[in-house]
Design a protein around this ligand. Structure first.
Ligand code: UDP
Ligand code: MG
Length: 184
């Protein structure tokens, strides 16, 4: 029988030593509460701070946590792609490491895939805490992506998304392509 879990959570991280422990603790509490079988795949995209040391520490304490380490910074798309390749979950989540995405959203998104038949569910940073210098380009990007693709999604850039396994196993992303996965 094929080795599988209910869900995989792929986290690409670059210099995120400050948030990793809290993020993992939060995810673990949601997983335990919901009774999911799960894995957390933490892809260190060439961090220069203590992130990798923390990933190793976290994975030694919880066998559901796996770490992948890049020798240099290849970018978020490469990190997610590598995580997708490794993932065994029936539903695969992506999540940013900087605590801007809430693990509390996982159960309802999971059910949209397993019970309501969606192939992809995307989060939406409705209230953004980023500076205007980030929000404006993001608004422009989303408008353009919606117009060109015809896909009516509020927030292509939101790091919190989930996919049916067959979706992530059929796409290849690199460069800045993580922003376009819904279109792919
Ligand atoms: N990240 C990464 N490689 C990079 C840059 C960022 O893996 O070269 C990670 C980062 O640690 C975070 C996620 O990608 O977990 C989103 O990054 P960021 O918060 O900078 O993006 P934004 O929130 O502005 O979309
Ligand atoms: Mg962020």
């Amino acid at each position: 029988m094929e080795y599988t879990k209910d869900l995989s959570i792929v986290i690409s991280l670059y210099n995120e030593e400050e948030s990793l422990r809290e993020l993992v603790k939060w995810i673990e509490s949601v997983m335990v509460k919901e009774g999911y079988t799960y894995e957390i795949i933490m892809v260190d995209d060439g961090s220069r701070d203590g992130s990798w040391k923390i990933v190793k520490e976290l994975s030694s304490k919880n066998q559901n946590i796996r770490g992948i380490s890049f020798r240099r910074n290849y970018g978020k798309s490469a990190a997610l792609y590598c995580g997708f390749e490794a993932a065994v979950g029936e539903v695969v989540f992506t999540m940013d490491a900087d605590l801007q995405d809430s693990p509390d959203e996982i159960p309802s998104m999971y059910r949209m895939v397993t019970e309501e038949g969606y192939d992809l569910v995307s989060g939406w940073k409705r209230k953004r805490y980023d500076p205007l210098g980030k929000r404006l380009p993001s608004k422009f990007f989303n408008w353009t992506a919606r117009t060109v693709s015809g896909i009516k999604l509020h927030d292509f850039n939101c790091g919190l998304k989930c996919y049916r396994k067959s979706v992530v196993k059929s796409i290849e992303v690199y460069g800045e392509m993580h922003r376009y996965i819904p279109i792919l």
